[in-house]
Design a protein around this ligand. Structure first.
Ligand SMILES: O=C(O)CCC(=O)C(=O)O
Ligand SMILES: [Fe+2]
Length: 321
């Protein structure tokens, strides 16, 4: 894939090791930077499009209470889940770390899903102005923008929607207001991810910007709830934090040792692990399901996905780039 700078009239582009940084002419704050980089291989892209355009493919429409999308969780396609876990570790989280000067060891994935926008009345065509309940978000363009009319990601600080080439990925601060512009013809497919930063309030606050109110607790960035372990990348992070332990060993480590993850409250997880150990069950794939069902946001998976986007509220920009 090409690393040439995609050109957008409303943006200035600066080459970076991860691709390009786009700075809209209206940007006043470094949290308004948008990273754009090639990401998906041609074979992954084609395989995914093949899967989701198969007749009878089942989309969900009610996973997010606010600003719902027609989507499907990455988790529903195990091969994709595995590929995304590898891409997150090797590419996406390191890019977020470099672009936003954060610490990738403190990043956890809250949600990942494929979205379908349909022009011509066949389904959802757009997504209204909102902010994501995560410090960072990524949007990967799956199909060729030549296949649809309209579409793209429009930031409140910009005048032009970004529609990047197929396989390219946008990285941005989720608390910046943005919208999915209406597709008027054809279909636009993207893969969206919400990535939270678990860190000290003062590290999180700059990303929250001037949104009114407190830092979004307990479910947003800076929250101390446990990251959803049904995402393999989160489970891998958990295992690493406990010295590579897996299975029973991981359960024991969590149950008996102090939390190894800074600023994540693993108390509830620890007591559940202790109970699981007492039950005498062997942590095979049930262990995975157990983590999925009992921790994460403390809810079942389908409920945890409902907290993804929040309503629009006025945002002012104060700092300068
Ligand atoms: O359509 C887009 O590019 C934006 C998608 C988005 O903002 C979201 O899924 O939360
Ligand atoms: Fe969004």
């Amino acid at each position: 894939s090409s690393t040439a700078a995609p050109r957008f009239a409303g943006y200035r582009s600066i080459a970076s090791p991860d691709g390009h940084m786009l700075i809209s002419k209206g940007a006043r704050d470094w949290t308004q930077l948008v990273g754009v980089r090639p990401l998906l291989s041609e074979s992954t892209r084609r395989r995914l499009l093949g899967d989701i355009t198969r007749p009878g493919f089942e989309w969900t429409v009610d996973r997010h209470a606010n600003f719902p999308t027609t989507d499907v969780e990455v988790h529903a396609l195990p091969w994709l889940d595995a590929e995304m876990a590898a891409l997150l570790e090797a590419e996406i989280l390191p890019s977020i770390e470099r672009l936003f000067a954060t610490d990738q060891r403190r990043l956890f994935v809250r949600d990942q899903f494929v979205v379908k926008y349909s022009g011509g009345g066949g389904g959802q065509a757009s997504l209204g102005s909102h902010f994501d309940e995560s410090c960072f978000s990524f949007v990967i363009q799956l199909n060729d923008p030549g296949e649809f009319t309209g579409g793209g990601t429009l930031f409140a600080h910009a005048t032009e929607a970004l529609s990047v080439p197929q396989g390219h990925c946008l990285l941005f601060c989720g608390y910046q207001h943005h919208e999915g512009v209406a597709v008027t013809e054809g279909c636009r497919y993207i893969l969206t991810g919400f990535v939270d930063l678990r860190d000290e309030d003062e590290k999180v606050r700059p990303f929250y910007g001037t949104l009114p109110g407190e830092l979004p607790r307990p479910h947003g960035a800076g929250s101390h709830d446990f990251p959803s372990p049904h995402l393999p990348t989160n489970l891998a992070r958990l295992q690493r934090a406990y010295g590579g332990a897996a299975g029973t060993e991981l359960l024991e480590a969590i149950a008996h040792q102090p939390p190894a993850l800074p600023h994540v409250d693993t108390e509830r997880l620890a007591s559940r692990c202790a109970n699981f150990l007492q039950s005498g069950l062997v942590p095979d794939e049930k262990f995975y399901q157990f983590l999925q069902a009992t921790v994460g946001d403390g809810t079942r998976e389908d409920e945890s996905g409902r907290r993804g986007r929040a309503g629009a509220c006025p945002s002012e920009v104060t700092a300068t780039i």
